[in-house]
Design a protein around this ligand. Structure first.
Ligand code: NAG
Ligand code: NAG
Ligand code: NAG
Ligand code: ZN
Length: 970
């Protein structure tokens, strides 16, 4: 699936000290929300919804019956399916949206059996003949055994067919079924999405099969290794277009489907579109979309038909133009990188108004959230654009890696997703060569993975096949480790093999395993074959197993006085206890690249816990390791070397590569959190920032200071912290004023466009003169002329926030009006955040009241709005009172997802750091336990843990930090 399960949507990158945490997982929120909802539904109706024949065995008792196991037996293989589906885009008499279907599957028996077990979930079967739900026939003249009994196993999502006699090995059979299902709005399986166009409601029927929802659309062998060919036919209302993985059978030069015909079924006029048979593929990659969308298409010189689909209004206003213009170059790049032509005849990409993840790589028919495919230069920011190009590359990278060659089972999901996440930067770099986007991998993937992977609650990248069985276990794999750590370790591998050797191995891998399934060791094998000449200290298998089979990563300590290097499992909480044993004893084979005083470079493998390595010994040079942070580890040094690095930063920071300037700051702050080095050493890595103009070091510093703001913004440390940062950021603010000709132009370099956001938001936050005036001036201009917003798109979030903070009710009310009038989601979100910045308690209280009026703020945004307000130092206590006072109301209105409360509780307690906070939280927990609304108790437990950790951190660091900051301004 597309990024977005875990990565921030664009807004996340630029918020400082406030709503960041909340926005980071907005996509994840909606996914989990809908899954949560689905789960509740199933539970509520367990046993009644789909069963038409009682199961012969209880579904809850553990049993050894094949239908009680979640995995399919190895007796049958599907060869091809014929599927006809007919979604109704208007509700039936009961107000339900439904679809009906007929499907047949040709299966081959590979082990004698008298059972057919096939996935089917939430489908009702039409009784065909003799009380059976299915018909079985022999293919090619064989006769099929008689069906004795058919039933459903709700828990394992199977339809089970018991036969009178055995199926014969080597023979093929045809299993045929008719069924109906609900076209619900839960964003999974075959579902509906809605939007309004010119005041008319439009319904779209679309799909999201990954990981285990193809079985909700039609009965199928729903495991990734059960590849088959699909012959699909869709019935749909006149005026709509049907899309599927393959092209509809058509005239070669026209879009007009040759094989769409008018048919009359049950007295209804419908269109029937038949599609070319697909390639041999996995069920989770199937997709169909029925809509009134229009499209943009590629220039005719492209050998592949490329189309971008979406709402007519969006397409006609040019929002799909950017996606269209980058798709062809990205496909070319990938064909070249993999040295393999695009496997299909067309590439459709569809933007859907309702979509759970960021995007989904259905083979030949990629589906997106509108924000992941559409880009409007007038309102969208750089990040929005970057998001589009990287998501498109991520999905297109899957067309080969994942779709052509597919993991055998979900335990190897990390390889699929980590790979696409890594390659998304390479393809985006090709499409936008001036951006230097590959550097952002360090911030967006490596540092992000470090954050989660430094906790004892982390997990290894790769799981055993038998550890991931149920749909819930599979869903849980879509996390930061899978995507970001996966990308980080593959980047490390590609770097030490060299990118060209890595790509060569990939080509051989794709070539050998096309249309089939693999495990990760198959890739290692192919890489090993082409790289036998490269000097490695061990096989790729031995090196990589240490990174993927054990959780976490090392901190490498280099003692430049003795030349001794050592490694240790890095844990952010010093008292944490690791209770998962590792076969590798939490030691890694670490590729250490290094540089001495800016010139002398080398590489060395650390293969043991401790080793001595002469070339790293020095008394005079500074030594820097993990160049460009290509290795997935942190680095610590002896105190003298730290001093030499700090001296170099102040004397001439440009000698140190820009990625490593960010690394020095990020490593130092994290080593301090883990109590490996002193907090003042970490603070000192930021002293040189008054000379720094680059984005990556600034961003690293700002992210690390975020915790300081959370802990200290209500204490006496706040003043000195402001003063310190104000001095650091003022030169940056002035620099941007110059290079933008007094804020009238965009900075020319892409990374500067990012850093301009940091400059303005930090300057305003710390009170640099001129900043507040600037943001207010822009905002006032906008208030005077609401139809033309003069604020540079990249700076909108910052400007809204600061102008509303500096203003009063007039500014707030204007922002609120604009929020309500906004038709573009990205714009509305920025305002939703900006409105939380006011300093007026009564406005904040009123805003809080507004959030729970369903016709004022959309339900999906409520938790974000409340968390944003709690990020405001004045809003924090108001939110806390508000949530406690309205707990019952909130639980009633949002009762379909305990995730909502988890998010809310974690968000609003992030600043908790005193004994008083802790007491209040504990009392709240008791109150909830005593009431009948016990949602969110687990989140409260976690918040209590976090509060205790915060109290400890503050007590250990506050005085030191305070004294150090005061010294700096002396
Ligand atoms: C399945 O559909 C294909 C293509 O329409 C057709 O040729 C084939 O006979 C069908 N198979 C069965 C068993 O109906
Ligand atoms: C399936 O059957 C159940 C039980 O009769 C019913 O509640 C449900 O609405 C049916 N679903 C559809 C899509 O017909
Ligand atoms: C279906 O019928 C409509 C009018 O009844 C006609 O305009 C349309 O061209 C027909 N479509 C096909 C594919 O025959
Ligand atoms: Zn993906």
């Amino acid at each position: 699936m597309g990024k977005g399960f875990y990565i921030s949507k664009p807004l996340g990158f630029v918020l400082f000290g406030l709503g960041v945490g909340a926005v980071l997982t907005i996509f994840a929120l909606s996914v989990v929300y809908s899954q949560e909802k689905r789960k509740n539904e199933v539970n509520a109706r367990d046993g009644t919804r789909m069963v038409t024949t009682a199961a012969p065995h209880s579904t809850s008792a553990p049993s050894n019956e094949p239908w009680d196991k979640y995995r399919l037996p190895d007796t049958l293989l599907p060869a091809y399916y014929n599927v006809t589906l007919w979604p109704r885009l208007v509700p039936d008499e009961q107000g339900m949206y439904i679809f009906t279907g007929k499907s047949g599957v040709a299966l081959t028996c590979v082990k004698e059996t008298n059972l057919i077990i096939i996935h089917s979930n939430e489908l009702n079967f039409t009784l065909t003949s003799e009380m059976h739900h299915a018909k079985l026939a022999g293919l090619g003249g064989t006769s099929a055994p008689v069906i004795l009994k058919t039933w459903f196993q709700i828990q394992t999502q199977f339809m089970v067919i018991l036969l009178k006699d055995n199926l014969q090995v080597g023979k093929s059979y045809w299993l045929y079924m008719e069924f109906r299902g609900e076209l619900s709005d839960d964003l999974g399986g075959f579902y509906r999405s809605q939007y309004t166009e010119n005041g008319v409601k439009k319904v779209v029927a679309t799909t999201q099969m990954q990981p285990t929802a193809a079985r909700n659309a039609f009965p199928c062998f729903d495991e990734p290794s059960m590849k088959a060919v699909f012959h699909l036919t869709l019935l749909h209302p006149p005026g709509t277009v049907a899309l599927a993985n393959d092209i509809f059978i058509r005239h070669s030069c026209s879009d007009f489907p040759l094989d769409t015909e008018n048919v009359t079924i049950d007295d209804q006029e419908v269109l029937q579109t038949r599609f070319e048979p697909t390639e041999k593929m996995s069920t989770y990659l199937l997709a169909f979309v029925i809509s009134e969308f229009t499209n943009l298409r590629s220039p005719s010189e492209a050998n592949v038909l490329i189309r971008i689909w979406g709402r007519r209004e969006a397409i006609e206003s040019g929002q799909g133009d950017y996606a269209l213009s980058v798709t062809f170059p990205i496909l070319k790049y990938l064909e070249n990188y993999y040295n393999t032509t695009y496997p299909l005849s067309k590439s459709d990409q569809v933007a859907l108004p309702d979509f759970a993840a960021g995007a989904m790589e259905n083979w030949g028919l990629v589906t997106y959230r509108e924000q992941s495919l559409f880009y409007d230069p007038k309102v969208s920011s750089n990040e929005d654009k970057e998001w589009v190009v990287t998501v498109i590359t991520h999905e297109l990278a899957h067309m080969w890696f994942g779709n052509l060659v597919t993991m055998r089972w979900w335990n190897d999901l990390w390889l699929n997703e980590g790979f696409a996440s890594y390659v998304s930067y390479l393809g985006a770099d090709y499409a936008e060569p001036t951006w230097n986007i590959k550097d952002l991998m360090v911030l967006q993937q490596v540092q992000r993975a470090f954050g989660v992977d430094a906790l004892v609650s982390s997990h290894p990248l790769s799981s055993r096949e038998d550890e991931v069985i149920t749909p819930d276990q599979i869903d849980q794999l879509f996390d930061t480790i899978t995507y970001s750590k996966g990308a980080a370790v593959l980047r490390m591998l590609s770097e030490f093999l060299t990118e060209s050797a890595f790509a060569k191995g990939l080509h051989n891998y794709l070539h050998e395993y096309a249309y089939s399934n693999t495990v990760y060791t198959d890739l290692w094998k192919k890489l090993q074959e082409v790289n036998s000449s490269i000097q490695l200290p061990a096989s790729i298998n031995e090196i990589m197993n240490r990174w993927i089979l054990q959780m976490g990563f090392p901190v490498v300590t280099i003692n430049t006085r003795t030349g001794i290097i050592s490694q240790q499992h890095f844990l952010i909480h010093p008292d944490a206890v690791v209770d998962k044993p590792s076969d590798y004893n939490y030691e890694w084979f670490v590729p250490i690249t290094w540089m001495k005083s800016g010139s002398n470079m080398g590489q060395h493998w650390l293969l043991t816990k401790t080793a001595s390595y002469e070339p790293m010994k020095t008394d005079t040079d500074w030594l820097l390791a993990n160049l460009n942070v290509t290795g997935y580890y942190r680095v610590n040094y002896d105190p003298q070397n730290w001093e030499r690095l700090l001296t170099q930063l102040t004397a001439d920071h440009k000698i140190i590569p820009v990625l490593n300037r960010g690394q020095i700051i990020d490593d130092a702050f994290n080593l301090a959190r883990a109590q490996i080095i002193n907090i003042t050493l970490a603070l000192r890595t930021t002293k040189y920032l008054y000379e720094e103009k680059e984005y990556i070091p600034w961003e690293s510093a700002i992210r690390n200071f975020e915790y300081f703001f959370l802990m200290f913004d209500r204490t006496e440390v706040y003043g000195p912290l402001q003063t310190y940062l104000q001095r650091k950021v003022k030169p940056l603010f002035d620099h941007f004023k110059v290079i933008t000709s007094n804020w009238t132009r965009k900075p020319p370099r892409y990374m500067d466009q990012y850093n301009q956001i940091n400059a303005v938001s930090m300057a305003c936050k710390t009170g640099v003169k001129g900043c507040s005036e600037l943001t207010r001036m822009w905002y006032r201009q906008w208030m005077k002329n609401p139809d033309s917003n003069p604020i540079p798109t990249n700076l909108k979030i910052t400007v809204y926030c600061n102008a509303i903070a500096a203003g009063g009710v007039e500014e707030w009310d204007f922002g609120w009006q604009m929020f309500k009038n906004s038709t573009i989601a990205a714009e509305a979100e920025k305002l939703l955040y900006g409105l939380s910045c006011t300093k007026e308690p009564w406005l904040l209280n009123r805003y809080l009241e507004f959030t729970i009026e369903p016709n004022l703020v959309r339900k999906q945004d409520v938790a974000f709005a409340i968390v944003y307000i709690s990020g405001n130092v004045i809003g924090q206590p108001l939110v806390w009172d508000f949530v406690r006072a309205n707990w019952e109301h909130l639980t009633k209105d949002y009762d379909d997802g305990s995730f909502f409360f988890g998010r809310l509780i974690r968000g609003i307690t992030r600043k908790f750091s005193t004994e008083f906070d802790l007491q209040q939280l504990q009392r709240f927990k008791e109150d909830i336990a005593a009431s009948s609304f016990s949602f969110g108790t687990q989140a409260i437990e976690q918040a209590i843990e976090q509060t205790k950790a915060n109290i400890k951190w503050v007590s250990e660091n506050k005085v030191q930090v305070m004294n150090w900051l005061i010294e700096q301004s002396a």
